[in-house]
Design a protein around this ligand. Structure first.
Ligand SMILES: [Mg+2]
Length: 153
């Protein structure tokens, strides 16, 4: 199973003191550790297009100094995905994946719908719901948990 992660709105939510700015979301490090232990993990946010290092720098820039060492260690294990137009181009053709994202583009949603993959997308929005990564981990736990995970709703 492959897991695809967006950054802004998923691993990065709003800074509590300055809500117009991004900050590493609550539980983001625990979620990364959880998913890296169970799946192949890829970046599927614009900052990581074909370049995992750029995504790691983007995340580290928005993390507290005390979180940076653990973040670097975890995030360096996540791979880059690459695509040209739509991020859905980077998704595996066998449909064996989960994608955490706060807002796929309409064209990306159309691809997911057309292939019967809408259930692979998990809507997460840490800007609206600061604790949403707790729910993300529960959903991933169910989907990555057993042999029945493939295609599970
Ligand atoms: Mg986003």
């Amino acid at each position: 199973m492959k897991v695809f992660l967006d950054s802004d709105g998923v691993l990065l939510g709003c800074d509590r003191e300055r809500p117009s700015r991004l900050a590493l979301a609550d539980h983001a490090l625990d979620l990364l550790a959880f998913v890296l232990a169970r799946a192949e993990v890829f970046w599927l946010g614009p900052q990581g297009r074909g370049d995992a290092r750029a995504m790691v720098e983007h995340l580290v820039r928005h993390a507290r100094a005390s979180d940076r060492e653990r973040l670097l260690s975890l995030a360096s294990k996540v791979r880059a995905a690459d695509w040209r137009g739509l991020r859905t181009d980077a998704l595996p053709a066998d449909g064996n994946f989960v994608w955490l994202d706060d807002g796929p583009e309409p064209g990306e949603l159309a691809v997911l719908k057309g292939r019967g993959w809408l259930d692979r997308w998990v809507w997460i929005d840490t800007r609206e719901s600061p604790d949403d990564l707790v729910r993300a981990q529960q959903v991933l736990g169910k989907r990555l948990g057993g042999v029945a995970a493939r295609g599970e709703a």
